[in-house]
Design a protein. Structure first.
Length: 315
């Protein structure tokens, strides 16, 4: 066996702009596609999962223009009922977010759809998503095993949905999102009760698109039938998961300072910052910038220039 040695850096200094948060990007593509007007999405992350979502909604008839060099996507919405039946099965590739959220959207359409996935995602259990959707009237048919778990591919027969109150056994942002998106097509008010708060990108964006949504005491309520209107333009903040590597690196390396620009500071996703602070890391949010230094070292220089948009500040 050959041995190798890795020499770590003495110090790290600099400013980093991170790619857009893919969790937010997925949801922006979906909500932009079902709104009544156009949306320009800036700092869009052109990774495989987000591209899968773009392809899915193009196959449903959404007009999507891609500008990879500018990291932008422009989407002309079709409204809640504007999709057309795709000529071929929809392919979600390996994107679990695409599949789970799409189940909620397609359950309320007026046509039938088949969803297929790549090899790994086809082995992922999906009963926790399909079960509450069926309670709303969704007609979803998947592949089952002896343990009565359910897997892709799925056939979805479009049907009229009815609002439900669903108490989630386990907190899951994607399951919650699938139910809320189905709730847009349901008659009445759909209520989701969470045992523990999960990330709330979907709720924030639904509110920004003018959905009839209310949040109170661990519950999310959404009224069906209301058309969405896009604010017109969104900037996707940097992914806090990608930022975590640099935060840890700066926190454990002597005489280091890293400024991370354009990072999402949604409180339901920023646990890494709280944990590192508890461990003694010197992390400061300066205006709209996150600065991370090794434990005990003070910031000697700050900037007052606003260089990031905080996702928590969405209306």
């Amino acid at each position: 066996m050959s041995l190798f040695k890795i020499q770590g850096p003495c110090s790290i200094k600099g400013r980093i702009s991170l790619p857009g948060d893919k969790s937010i990007a997925h949801r922006l593509v979906i909500l932009s596609s079902i709104s009544l007007n156009s949306t320009l999405i800036k700092n869009f992350p052109f990774n495989d999962d987000c591209i899968a979502t773009l392809r899915v909604f193009k196959s449903l008839g959404t007009k999507i223009a891609l500008y990879p060099r500018e990291k932008q996507v422009k989407i002309r919405g079709k409204g809640l009922r504007g999709f057309k039946k795709p000529s071929l099965p929809i392919f979600a590739a390996e994107s679990g977010t695409t599949l789970r959220l799409l189940l909620g959207i397609l359950s309320g359409q007026s046509f039938n759809t088949k969803i297929t996935c790549a090899r790994s995602l086809s082995q992922r259990p999906m009963l926790r998503v399909t079960q509450p959707l069926r309670k709303m009237g969704a007609k979803i048919y998947g592949r089952k095993n002896l343990q009565k778990e359910e897997f892709p591919p799925f056939l979805i027969r479009g049907n009229k949905l009815t609002a439900i109150t669903y108490k989630m056994p386990i907190a899951s942002a994607q399951v919650k999102s699938a139910i809320l998106l189905a709730g847009l097509y349901a008659q009445g008010v759909t209520r989701v009760i969470e045992p523990v708060k999960s990330r709330d990108h979907t709720e924030r964006l639904l509110k920004a698109f003018g959905a009839g949504i209310k949040i109170k005491s661990g519950q999310v309520l959404i009224k069906g039938g209301k058309e969405l209107l896009s604010p017109g333009e969104f900037y996707v903040p940097g992914d806090i998961s990608s930022a975590a590597f640099f935060l840890v690196l700066a926190a454990i390396t002597v005489d280091s300072e890293i400024v991370l620009k354009n990072v999402s500071l949604n409180l339901s996703r920023a646990g890494i910052i709280r944990v590192l602070k508890r461990m003694g890391a010197d992390i400061k949010v300066t205006h709209h910038m996150v600065t991370c230094l090794p434990a005990g070292r003070q910031v000697t220089r700050h900037t007052s220039r606003i260089s990031a948009r905080l996702f928590r500040n969405l209306p």
